[in-house]
Design a protein around this ligand. Sequence first.
Ligand code: MTE
Length: 301
Amino acid sequence: MAHRWNNDLTAADVTPYKTFLNRRQIMAGMAGVGLGTIAGPLMAAEEELKPNTWEEITSYNNYYEFGTGKEDPAEYAHKLTIDPWSIKIDGMVDNPGDYSFGDIMAKMTVEERIYRFRCVEAWSMVIPWNGFELADLLELAGVQSGAKYVGFETLVRPSEMHGQKYPVLDWPYVEGLRLDEAMHPLTIMATGIYGKDIPKQNGAPMRLVVPWKYGFKSIKSIVRITLTDKEPPTSWNKANAREYGFYSNVNPTVSHPRWSQASERKIGGGLFAKRVPTLNFNGYEEDVAGLYDGMDLAEFF
Ligand code: MTE
């Protein structure tokens, strides 16, 4: 399938740690000649875009089907059977049906996208995902002209997902996007991390990634995609409509009712583990702000 969009940030752009350290020394030297003021922000920006380690990405997760603790998914997700796996695509499509994961993968072009990932709890990571554009899968299903929204559902299998034995959320976990958001080239279905199959705690075999929205929109282990003309229900909005809206665009100016969303802390930041200001649309403003022209984003949060 044709690529509509190329990420201009690739692994090659990420400064290797060693170079980074040398640069720090160079910058420190420059401080003596009066150029030190630029070193701070420059280094902070580089550090912010350095991908998190495999260990960080796979051991600090939110996946309530396996428990509500950050370490629970890494401990329990191995119980999930992901082969065979199929996704039902239904609703307003020309080709409804059950699509096997293998058949989907055979038709898709998988590429790497390094994205910032911002959780509503004000932590963030940078993750080198492998995946394909959701638009390519939707095109395969043939979206009908009346469709306006896309609904997503996670697997329900309490025998393997023990968290589903408790009413922490109303299972299945569900999410939704407006059709234009779903078709946007930044929106991907992720099937890997660092070039390896995506681990079960991160949503194997296939999970959504919408980089300009809070992390909870990025629904894991998807078994159903429904095209509809009505705004689909979303799990966190159903659980607490005052705190979680349908759009959930990363927005430093709209606070969560219980905490500010103006800054974030990158997981594993080490030496630089201070909070940094959160960017509008998580840094993807140029690409996506146009989707919301004329909308009051404080009302549609
Ligand atoms: N998808 C399902 N099915 N269940 C969940 O509990 N948690 C969401 C999202 N997708 C969640 C989910 C939240 S709150 C976040 S922040 C991200 O997954 C975390 O993704 P990660 O663990 O890969 O970093």
